[in-house]
Design a protein around this ligand. Sequence first.
Ligand SMILES: Nc1nc2c(ncn2[C@@H]2O[C@H](COP(=O)(O)OP(=O)(O)OP(=O)(O)O)[C@@H](O)[C@H]2O)c(=O)[nH]1
Length: 350
Amino acid sequence: MIPVILLTGFLGSGKTTLLQRLLRHPSMEGTAVLVNEFGEVGLDHHLLDQIDENVVLLKSGCICCTVRGEVADALANLHSMRARGEISFDRVVIETTGLADPYPVLQTLTAHPVLRSHFCNGGVLTTVDTVNADIQVTHRAEAVRQISAADRIVLTKTDLATPEQETALRKRLLHVNPAANFITSFASAETILDGFGPLSFFTTAKAESHDHICGPACNHDAPSQVTQLTDQHRHHDETLGVTSFSLEVEGDIDWTMFGTWLTLLLHKYGDRIFRVKGILAIEGEALPIAIHGVQHLVHAPTHMDHWPKGMDQSGSKSSRLIFILEDIDPEKIRRSFRAFMNVDAVRAAA
Ligand SMILES: Nc1nc2c(ncn2[C@@H]2O[C@H](COP(=O)(O)OP(=O)(O)OP(=O)(O)O)[C@@H](O)[C@H]2O)c(=O)[nH]1
């Protein structure tokens, strides 16, 4: 049986960053990775630059029911390729979208008539953003589901939070998932992986409760989690207001202007902009720069060591930005970007 580790966590909580580190660890050799992103255009497979050739980007970044079919197809495909000797792996990591409900995927592993004889649940690793989790847990049912499904919770961005913030968050997370154990993202990959696996009783209970989709009414902050997981099915209406769109820009971008624009944008609309990520062609830089914003937080940019395939065709470089937001007209952001950056060539994909 091939173990499948589910790496989940809300938008921008540090899943890809953690995965990069874990995959460099010798014990993770022979890992196939499935990346599932929300929206039509994905960037994570480019940001996982070290391991490009082992990464499969799942096409539709949709959540809940649709993810189930696509994950199943991708796993079946991986298994066939392995059986034909085209690839070799003995573990799979699925990085879910930040808006995914992990339970349907767990259910796929345990109940799919074909997959269940080849793959097994290797455990759920959930990243939780110490700076933003409080508001996410309050408002987003997906965040609660991801935490409740965790076998291990990796607290990220503790370096950006106060010790009081971290202590209060740990206490709150324990109410959502009393069985998970905590670790911070600054622990070594070895420590994070040590003894990691499904907590058997809990995992069974969780997987069996797959058809329950949480909503704010679930009150997951209350401690009696197992009982709550047997509640009736509710559909994921909460996610319907969330959309994603991308901006593509030809030519180089002025870094100072861009930084100012992004900071102002997130300052004003950070409550409704869950995630911004981008790979940018910057004036005076030969290689691209990756940028990340999570609600009001703008992360330090990182220099990438190569251009992702398709983004520097025949010497003409382009930038790509992806937004995941709620209740904001994407056209408003496009217009503001064009006006502020004085850029005409903005291609936009819905
Ligand atoms: N300071 C700090 N930054 C972090 C930490 N973990 C992740 N980040 C930053 O957070 C930003 C988002 O990280 P990602 O790894 O892309 O998050 P993600 O969960 O994969 O994002 P989505 O796939 O969009 O949901 C990046 O700028 C990371 O460098 C951490 O522990 N400390």
